[in-house]
Design a binder for this molecule. Sequence first.
Ligand code: ADP
Ligand code: MG
Length: 278
Amino acid sequence: MSTKKARILSCIVSKGGVLKTSSVTSLSGVILKDKKDGIKNKKILLIDLDTQGNVSNAFGKNPDLFNPTIYDVLIGKNKPEDAIVNVYEDENGSIDLLPSNDDLELLEMTVLTNVSKYGPPLELLKKSCTHLVDKYDYILFDTPPNTGLLVLNLFAFNGGVPVEVLVPFQPENFSFRGLMKVFEKVESMKSKNNPNLNIKGVFGTLINSRTTVHKGVLKVTRDKTSERGYHFFDTYIPKSVAAATAFAYAGLPVTLTSENKSNKLLINSYQKLWEEIR
Ligand SMILES: Nc1ncnc2c1ncn2[C@@H]1O[C@H](COP(=O)(O)OP(=O)(O)O)[C@@H](O)[C@H]1O
Ligand SMILES: [Mg+2]
């Protein structure tokens, strides 16, 4: 493990089913295998901020079996070290998970009704998890499909390194509005609360390159995104059954399974996306 502070990445947009979880978990696999960062025995941490606990599922684990979870950490009942589990290991290093499950649904009610006990509601993550920045090379956050309390905690997470936000964009009705909302929230939190918060860029997801409407919507969105001063990555994640196959047969994100004819395109897309993010 290197001595430098963790690089923090997250996938955020107020919409479900747009590959937030798939992208974060697949990128963790690509980052683990990436030699270009020169980090030996790499330590990656995934922090699941979604009550659905889908990061656990992506690694073949049942989220309901974890106790304690991120919920207990955020309310100060447990240290993150008590909740963190290892979910993958190879010669490149390890991927740990700070898991979540539907216990996390209790969070708002618990902390908002007793601020004197739990402290400022936006600082729960910062208070409990800042020291993890010194223990990992990369920390990747998966998030719920809204910009409520948990995502605001992430936006306020100032551990001395930037929180880099990746925004998945599926070219469909209402997605553009969702994209603008993320920009607005990030801009507002950055100016009021955390200068260490940046939008790294937007990337297309679930793209069918043969669908001309996808091409058209992507072009318009790319232009509007750069007008707003943000980057739209060249790489997009194609629609593919290989993701579901990896999950069903290996219980792993596709980038941690061995490459074959049917998953090659999807794995390559995540690798190329990481080339751009890196
Ligand atoms: N490249 C892909 N093409 C088609 N479906 C995918 C792909 N990657 C993942 N999926 C499936 O799409 C669904 C939504 O993905 P998910 O990452 O859970 O979205 P989110 O976290 O934004 O809700 C899941 O059932 C997942 O297995
Ligand atoms: Mg998800």
